[in-house]
Design a protein around this ligand. Structure first.
Ligand SMILES: Nc1ncnc2c1ncn2[C@@H]1O[C@H](COP(=O)(O)OP(=O)(O)OP(=O)(O)O)[C@@H](O)[C@H]1O
Ligand SMILES: [Mg+2]
Length: 355
Protein backbone atom coordinates (compact mmCIF):
# COMPACT_ATOMS: atom_id res chain seq x y z
CA UNK A 1 0.00 0.00 0.00
CA UNK A 2 1.37 3.42 -0.94
CA UNK A 3 0.13 6.99 -0.73
CA UNK A 4 -1.12 6.54 -4.32
CA UNK A 5 -3.01 3.33 -3.82
CA UNK A 6 -6.37 4.91 -4.61
CA UNK A 7 -7.94 4.26 -1.21
CA UNK A 8 -11.26 6.00 -0.73
CA UNK A 9 -9.74 8.94 1.14
CA UNK A 10 -6.42 9.05 -0.72
CA UNK A 11 -5.84 12.49 -2.25
CA UNK A 12 -4.25 11.05 -5.40
CA UNK A 13 -6.41 10.43 -8.46
CA UNK A 14 -6.82 6.88 -9.70
CA UNK A 15 -6.48 6.39 -13.49
CA UNK A 16 -10.18 5.64 -14.00
CA UNK A 17 -11.05 8.66 -11.91
CA UNK A 18 -9.52 11.10 -14.38
CA UNK A 19 -12.29 10.87 -16.95
CA UNK A 20 -14.91 11.32 -14.27
CA UNK A 21 -13.04 14.31 -12.85
CA UNK A 22 -12.83 15.97 -16.23
CA UNK A 23 -16.61 16.25 -16.26
CA UNK A 24 -16.69 17.93 -12.86
CA UNK A 25 -13.94 20.45 -13.35
CA UNK A 26 -14.93 24.07 -12.86
CA UNK A 27 -14.45 25.87 -16.18
CA UNK A 28 -14.25 29.50 -15.09
CA UNK A 29 -12.89 31.40 -12.13
CA UNK A 30 -16.41 32.09 -10.91
CA UNK A 31 -17.23 28.37 -10.92
CA UNK A 32 -14.08 27.65 -8.93
CA UNK A 33 -15.11 27.30 -5.29
CA UNK A 34 -13.02 28.64 -2.40
CA UNK A 35 -9.36 29.76 -2.48
CA UNK A 36 -10.82 33.25 -2.40
CA UNK A 37 -7.49 35.05 -2.21
CA UNK A 38 -5.89 33.12 -5.04
CA UNK A 39 -8.96 33.63 -7.19
CA UNK A 40 -9.01 37.38 -6.57
CA UNK A 41 -5.30 37.82 -7.23
CA UNK A 42 -5.48 35.72 -10.40
CA UNK A 43 -8.49 37.53 -11.73
CA UNK A 44 -6.81 40.94 -11.30
CA UNK A 45 -3.66 39.65 -12.92
CA UNK A 46 -5.47 38.11 -15.89
CA UNK A 47 -7.57 41.19 -16.46
CA UNK A 48 -4.53 43.45 -16.27
CA UNK A 49 -2.66 41.39 -18.82
CA UNK A 50 -5.62 41.29 -21.17
CA UNK A 51 -5.92 45.06 -20.93
CA UNK A 52 -2.30 45.42 -21.98
CA UNK A 53 -2.70 42.81 -24.71
CA UNK A 54 0.24 40.83 -23.33
CA UNK A 55 0.39 37.32 -21.90
CA UNK A 56 0.30 37.43 -18.09
CA UNK A 57 3.28 36.55 -15.89
CA UNK A 58 4.19 32.92 -15.41
CA UNK A 59 2.14 31.30 -12.65
CA UNK A 60 3.22 28.67 -10.14
CA UNK A 61 0.43 26.68 -8.47
CA UNK A 62 1.59 24.86 -5.38
CA UNK A 63 -0.30 22.67 -2.96
CA UNK A 64 -1.28 19.13 -2.00
CA UNK A 65 -2.98 16.75 -4.48
CA UNK A 66 -6.62 17.17 -5.38
CA UNK A 67 -7.02 20.85 -4.43
CA UNK A 68 -7.56 22.15 -7.95
CA UNK A 69 -4.18 22.98 -9.51
CA UNK A 70 -4.92 21.35 -12.87
CA UNK A 71 -8.40 22.85 -12.82
CA UNK A 72 -6.98 26.34 -12.25
CA UNK A 73 -4.44 25.95 -15.05
CA UNK A 74 -7.26 25.09 -17.45
CA UNK A 75 -9.30 28.02 -16.14
CA UNK A 76 -6.42 30.44 -16.76
CA UNK A 77 -6.33 29.48 -20.44
CA UNK A 78 -10.13 29.56 -20.64
CA UNK A 79 -10.34 33.03 -19.06
CA UNK A 80 -7.65 34.34 -21.43
CA UNK A 81 -9.39 32.71 -24.38
CA UNK A 82 -6.17 31.04 -25.54
CA UNK A 83 -5.22 27.43 -26.24
CA UNK A 84 -3.74 25.30 -23.46
CA UNK A 85 -0.90 22.90 -24.03
CA UNK A 86 -0.37 20.33 -21.27
CA UNK A 87 2.74 18.40 -20.36
CA UNK A 88 4.50 17.30 -17.21
CA UNK A 89 7.95 17.21 -15.66
CA UNK A 90 8.38 13.44 -15.94
CA UNK A 91 7.36 13.55 -19.62
CA UNK A 92 10.27 15.86 -20.44
CA UNK A 93 13.30 13.63 -20.27
CA UNK A 94 15.64 15.53 -22.56
CA UNK A 95 16.10 19.22 -23.31
CA UNK A 96 15.07 18.47 -26.89
CA UNK A 97 11.60 17.39 -25.71
CA UNK A 98 11.10 20.82 -24.23
CA UNK A 99 12.49 22.65 -27.27
CA UNK A 100 9.95 20.85 -29.44
CA UNK A 101 7.10 21.93 -27.18
CA UNK A 102 8.27 25.52 -26.77
CA UNK A 103 8.91 26.18 -30.45
CA UNK A 104 5.44 24.92 -31.33
CA UNK A 105 3.68 27.42 -29.04
CA UNK A 106 1.55 30.08 -30.72
CA UNK A 107 1.51 33.67 -29.38
CA UNK A 108 -0.22 34.00 -26.01
CA UNK A 109 -0.66 30.28 -25.48
CA UNK A 110 -0.66 28.81 -21.98
CA UNK A 111 1.79 25.97 -21.37
CA UNK A 112 0.82 23.83 -18.37
CA UNK A 113 3.76 22.00 -16.87
CA UNK A 114 2.44 19.62 -14.22
CA UNK A 115 4.77 18.15 -11.57
CA UNK A 116 7.32 20.75 -12.56
CA UNK A 117 9.61 19.70 -9.71
CA UNK A 118 10.32 16.48 -11.61
CA UNK A 119 11.64 18.12 -14.78
CA UNK A 120 15.11 16.95 -15.90
CA UNK A 121 17.90 19.38 -15.06
CA UNK A 122 19.04 20.24 -18.63
CA UNK A 123 15.44 20.99 -19.58
CA UNK A 124 15.01 23.15 -16.51
CA UNK A 125 18.04 25.24 -17.47
CA UNK A 126 16.58 25.74 -20.91
CA UNK A 127 13.40 26.94 -19.29
CA UNK A 128 15.17 29.89 -17.63
CA UNK A 129 15.79 31.82 -20.87
CA UNK A 130 12.47 30.63 -22.30
CA UNK A 131 10.57 32.10 -19.37
CA UNK A 132 12.63 35.27 -19.08
CA UNK A 133 13.35 36.24 -22.69
CA UNK A 134 11.10 33.93 -24.76
CA UNK A 135 14.22 32.43 -26.25
CA UNK A 136 15.84 29.00 -26.37
CA UNK A 137 19.38 28.14 -27.28
CA UNK A 138 19.44 25.05 -29.41
CA UNK A 139 22.83 23.37 -29.17
CA UNK A 140 24.02 21.67 -32.34
CA UNK A 141 26.84 19.16 -32.14
CA UNK A 142 28.90 18.06 -29.19
CA UNK A 143 32.13 19.02 -27.47
CA UNK A 144 34.29 22.02 -28.50
CA UNK A 145 32.68 22.23 -31.94
CA UNK A 146 29.16 22.62 -30.58
CA UNK A 147 27.30 25.78 -31.54
CA UNK A 148 24.31 27.33 -29.84
CA UNK A 149 21.65 28.75 -32.11
CA UNK A 150 19.26 31.13 -30.37
CA UNK A 151 15.64 30.71 -31.37
CA UNK A 152 12.93 33.24 -30.59
CA UNK A 153 9.73 31.91 -29.08
CA UNK A 154 6.23 33.30 -29.21
CA UNK A 155 5.40 35.07 -25.93
CA UNK A 156 3.59 32.53 -23.74
CA UNK A 157 2.51 31.97 -20.15
CA UNK A 158 3.94 29.05 -18.25
CA UNK A 159 1.67 27.63 -15.59
CA UNK A 160 3.62 25.23 -13.40
CA UNK A 161 2.04 22.97 -10.80
CA UNK A 162 3.75 21.20 -7.94
CA UNK A 163 2.87 19.30 -4.81
CA UNK A 164 6.45 19.79 -3.61
CA UNK A 165 7.39 23.44 -4.08
CA UNK A 166 10.29 22.94 -1.65
CA UNK A 167 12.00 20.82 -4.32
CA UNK A 168 12.03 23.66 -6.86
CA UNK A 169 15.38 25.33 -7.40
CA UNK A 170 15.71 29.02 -6.57
CA UNK A 171 16.32 30.15 -10.18
CA UNK A 172 13.19 28.36 -11.40
CA UNK A 173 11.03 29.62 -8.56
CA UNK A 174 12.26 33.20 -9.13
CA UNK A 175 11.06 33.21 -12.73
CA UNK A 176 7.40 32.91 -11.76
CA UNK A 177 5.77 36.31 -11.44
CA UNK A 178 2.94 34.88 -9.39
CA UNK A 179 2.79 31.96 -6.97
CA UNK A 180 -0.52 30.65 -5.72
CA UNK A 181 -0.43 28.52 -2.58
CA UNK A 182 -3.51 26.34 -2.47
CA UNK A 183 -4.90 25.58 0.97
CA UNK A 184 -7.16 22.79 2.16
CA UNK A 185 -10.83 23.71 1.83
CA UNK A 186 -13.23 24.41 4.65
CA UNK A 187 -16.23 22.10 5.13
CA UNK A 188 -18.61 24.82 3.92
CA UNK A 189 -16.59 25.24 0.72
CA UNK A 190 -16.56 21.50 0.14
CA UNK A 191 -20.31 21.47 0.60
CA UNK A 192 -20.52 23.96 -2.28
CA UNK A 193 -18.24 21.77 -4.41
CA UNK A 194 -20.52 18.82 -3.62
CA UNK A 195 -23.70 20.71 -4.42
CA UNK A 196 -22.26 21.67 -7.80
CA UNK A 197 -21.06 18.13 -8.55
CA UNK A 198 -24.42 16.70 -7.50
CA UNK A 199 -26.16 19.06 -9.91
CA UNK A 200 -23.87 18.00 -12.76
CA UNK A 201 -24.29 14.30 -11.95
CA UNK A 202 -28.03 14.51 -11.40
CA UNK A 203 -27.71 13.39 -7.78
CA UNK A 204 -30.28 14.59 -5.26
CA UNK A 205 -28.21 15.84 -2.35
CA UNK A 206 -29.75 17.55 0.68
CA UNK A 207 -27.92 20.36 2.49
CA UNK A 208 -27.20 18.22 5.53
CA UNK A 209 -26.18 15.34 3.28
CA UNK A 210 -23.65 17.67 1.62
CA UNK A 211 -22.41 18.83 5.03
CA UNK A 212 -21.98 15.23 6.16
CA UNK A 213 -19.92 14.22 3.13
CA UNK A 214 -17.95 17.50 3.26
CA UNK A 215 -16.91 16.85 6.86
CA UNK A 216 -15.38 13.52 5.88
CA UNK A 217 -13.48 14.77 2.83
CA UNK A 218 -10.22 15.86 4.46
CA UNK A 219 -10.40 19.37 3.05
CA UNK A 220 -9.96 18.01 -0.48
CA UNK A 221 -12.42 18.47 -3.39
CA UNK A 222 -11.18 15.32 -5.13
CA UNK A 223 -12.05 13.23 -2.07
CA UNK A 224 -15.41 14.97 -1.72
CA UNK A 225 -16.33 14.09 -5.30
CA UNK A 226 -15.18 10.51 -4.81
CA UNK A 227 -17.22 10.05 -1.64
CA UNK A 228 -20.22 11.54 -3.40
CA UNK A 229 -20.02 8.80 -6.02
CA UNK A 230 -19.98 6.07 -3.37
CA UNK A 231 -22.81 7.67 -1.43
CA UNK A 232 -24.86 8.07 -4.56
CA UNK A 233 -24.52 4.35 -5.33
CA UNK A 234 -25.72 3.52 -1.85
CA UNK A 235 -28.62 5.96 -2.07
CA UNK A 236 -29.77 4.36 -5.32
CA UNK A 237 -29.35 0.76 -4.24
CA UNK A 238 -30.29 0.81 -0.56
CA UNK A 239 -32.36 3.98 -0.15
CA UNK A 240 -34.73 6.21 -2.09
CA UNK A 241 -32.03 7.84 -4.22
CA UNK A 242 -31.78 10.97 -2.10
CA UNK A 243 -28.47 11.61 -0.36
CA UNK A 244 -29.53 12.82 3.07
CA UNK A 245 -27.40 12.99 6.22
CA UNK A 246 -28.59 9.54 7.33
CA UNK A 247 -27.94 7.99 3.93
CA UNK A 248 -24.46 9.54 3.77
CA UNK A 249 -23.66 8.27 7.25
CA UNK A 250 -24.89 4.76 6.51
CA UNK A 251 -23.04 4.60 3.20
CA UNK A 252 -19.74 5.84 4.58
CA UNK A 253 -19.99 3.48 7.53
CA UNK A 254 -19.98 0.63 5.00
CA UNK A 255 -16.95 2.12 3.27
CA UNK A 256 -15.11 2.59 6.59
CA UNK A 257 -14.81 6.35 6.31
CA UNK A 258 -15.57 7.81 9.71
CA UNK A 259 -16.91 11.19 10.80
CA UNK A 260 -13.53 12.92 10.43
CA UNK A 261 -12.64 11.17 7.20
CA UNK A 262 -10.37 8.55 8.77
CA UNK A 263 -10.28 5.21 7.00
CA UNK A 264 -9.69 1.75 8.44
CA UNK A 265 -5.91 2.06 8.66
CA UNK A 266 -5.99 5.57 10.14
CA UNK A 267 -8.33 4.36 12.83
CA UNK A 268 -6.28 1.25 13.51
CA UNK A 269 -3.19 3.41 14.02
CA UNK A 270 -5.02 5.79 16.31
CA UNK A 271 -6.67 2.96 18.20
CA UNK A 272 -3.36 1.18 18.81
CA UNK A 273 -1.71 4.41 19.91
CA UNK A 274 -4.46 5.24 22.37
CA UNK A 275 -5.62 1.86 23.65
CA UNK A 276 -2.56 -0.29 23.39
CA UNK A 277 0.14 2.25 24.13
CA UNK A 278 -1.82 4.45 26.49
CA UNK A 279 -1.56 7.45 24.16
CA UNK A 280 2.18 7.13 23.68
CA UNK A 281 4.89 8.11 23.27
CA UNK A 282 5.61 5.07 21.13
CA UNK A 283 8.09 4.61 18.31
CA UNK A 284 6.90 4.49 14.69
CA UNK A 285 8.22 0.95 14.17
CA UNK A 286 6.40 -0.44 17.20
CA UNK A 287 3.21 1.32 16.22
CA UNK A 288 3.44 -0.01 12.65
CA UNK A 289 4.02 -3.61 13.79
CA UNK A 290 1.02 -3.43 16.06
CA UNK A 291 -1.26 -2.60 13.12
CA UNK A 292 0.47 -5.09 10.82
CA UNK A 293 1.85 -2.49 8.39
CA UNK A 294 5.21 -1.26 7.19
CA UNK A 295 6.57 1.77 9.02
CA UNK A 296 6.66 3.69 5.71
CA UNK A 297 2.99 3.00 5.10
CA UNK A 298 2.00 4.33 8.50
CA UNK A 299 4.29 7.32 8.09
CA UNK A 300 3.33 8.24 4.52
CA UNK A 301 -0.29 7.14 4.28
CA UNK A 302 -1.84 7.61 7.71
CA UNK A 303 0.23 10.04 9.68
CA UNK A 304 0.02 13.13 7.49
CA UNK A 305 -3.72 13.42 7.97
CA UNK A 306 -3.66 12.35 11.63
CA UNK A 307 -1.13 15.15 12.20
CA UNK A 308 -3.14 17.66 10.21
CA UNK A 309 -6.34 16.70 12.02
CA UNK A 310 -4.59 17.34 15.34
CA UNK A 311 -5.03 13.73 16.50
CA UNK A 312 -1.37 12.79 16.72
CA UNK A 313 1.89 14.62 17.34
CA UNK A 314 5.46 13.57 16.71
CA UNK A 315 7.83 14.05 19.62
CA UNK A 316 11.48 13.19 20.12
CA UNK A 317 10.35 10.15 22.14
CA UNK A 318 7.80 8.93 19.62
CA UNK A 319 4.19 9.36 18.53
CA UNK A 320 1.74 10.79 21.05
CA UNK A 321 -2.05 10.92 20.83
CA UNK A 322 -3.67 14.30 21.51
CA UNK A 323 -6.75 14.76 23.72
CA UNK A 324 -8.79 15.04 20.49
CA UNK A 325 -7.71 11.50 19.60
CA UNK A 326 -9.13 10.15 22.86
CA UNK A 327 -12.36 12.07 22.33
CA UNK A 328 -12.62 10.86 18.74
CA UNK A 329 -12.39 7.24 19.92
CA UNK A 330 -15.07 7.90 22.51
CA UNK A 331 -12.68 7.96 25.47
CA UNK A 332 -12.12 10.55 28.19
CA UNK A 333 -9.13 12.72 27.32
CA UNK A 334 -6.46 12.73 29.98
CA UNK A 335 -6.69 15.66 32.33
CA UNK A 336 -3.27 17.09 31.55
CA UNK A 337 -3.55 16.66 27.81
CA UNK A 338 -0.55 14.30 27.68
CA UNK A 339 -0.37 10.70 26.58
CA UNK A 340 -1.55 8.28 29.24
CA UNK A 341 1.86 6.73 29.92
CA UNK A 342 3.23 10.17 30.73
CA UNK A 343 0.25 10.90 32.89
CA UNK A 344 0.41 7.59 34.71
CA UNK A 345 4.13 8.06 35.16
CA UNK A 346 3.46 11.34 36.85
CA UNK A 347 0.70 9.82 38.97
CA UNK A 348 2.11 6.41 39.91
CA UNK A 349 5.53 6.03 38.36
CA UNK A 350 4.14 3.21 36.19
CA UNK A 351 5.14 3.54 32.51
CA UNK A 352 3.97 0.13 31.28
CA UNK A 353 1.75 0.23 28.18
CA UNK A 354 -1.92 -0.48 28.81
CA UNK A 355 -3.41 -3.44 26.99
N1 LIG B 1 -12.15 24.89 -6.26
C1 LIG B 1 -12.80 23.86 -6.80
N2 LIG B 1 -14.11 23.96 -7.09
C2 LIG B 1 -14.76 22.90 -7.62
N3 LIG B 1 -14.20 21.70 -7.87
C3 LIG B 1 -12.90 21.56 -7.61
C4 LIG B 1 -12.13 22.62 -7.07
N4 LIG B 1 -10.87 22.20 -6.90
C5 LIG B 1 -10.84 20.93 -7.31
N5 LIG B 1 -12.06 20.53 -7.73
C6 LIG B 1 -12.41 19.18 -8.19
O1 LIG B 1 -11.44 18.26 -7.71
C7 LIG B 1 -10.91 17.48 -8.77
C8 LIG B 1 -9.41 17.47 -8.61
O2 LIG B 1 -8.89 18.74 -8.91
P1 LIG B 1 -7.53 18.91 -9.75
O3 LIG B 1 -7.32 17.76 -10.66
O4 LIG B 1 -7.55 20.25 -10.36
O5 LIG B 1 -6.48 18.85 -8.56
P2 LIG B 1 -4.90 18.94 -8.60
O6 LIG B 1 -4.51 19.93 -7.58
O7 LIG B 1 -4.45 19.19 -10.01
O8 LIG B 1 -4.46 17.49 -8.14
P3 LIG B 1 -3.06 16.71 -8.45
O9 LIG B 1 -2.05 17.31 -7.53
O10 LIG B 1 -3.36 15.28 -8.11
O11 LIG B 1 -2.76 16.91 -9.89
C9 LIG B 1 -11.36 18.12 -10.07
O12 LIG B 1 -11.92 17.18 -10.91
C10 LIG B 1 -12.42 19.12 -9.70
O13 LIG B 1 -13.67 18.65 -10.09
MG1 LIG C 1 -3.31 18.01 -11.28
Amino acid sequence: MTADDGGLVSAAATPEERAFEAGLRPRTLSEFVGQRKVREQLSIMLEGAQGRGRPPDHVLLSGPPGLGKTSLAMIIAEELGVPLRMTSGPAIERAGDLVAILTALTPGEVLFLDEIHRIARPAEELLYAAMEDFRVDVVLGKGPGATAIPLDLAPFTLVGATTRSGLLTGPLRDRFGFTAHMDFYGADELALVLARSARLLGVRLTDDGAAEVAGRSRGTPRIANRLLRRVRDYAEVRADGVVSREVAQAALRIYDVDGLGLDRLDRAVLDALVRRFGGGPVGLGTLAVSVGEEAETVEDVSEPFLLRAGLLVRTARGRVATPAAFTHLGLEPLADGLGRSQASMALSGDDSPQA
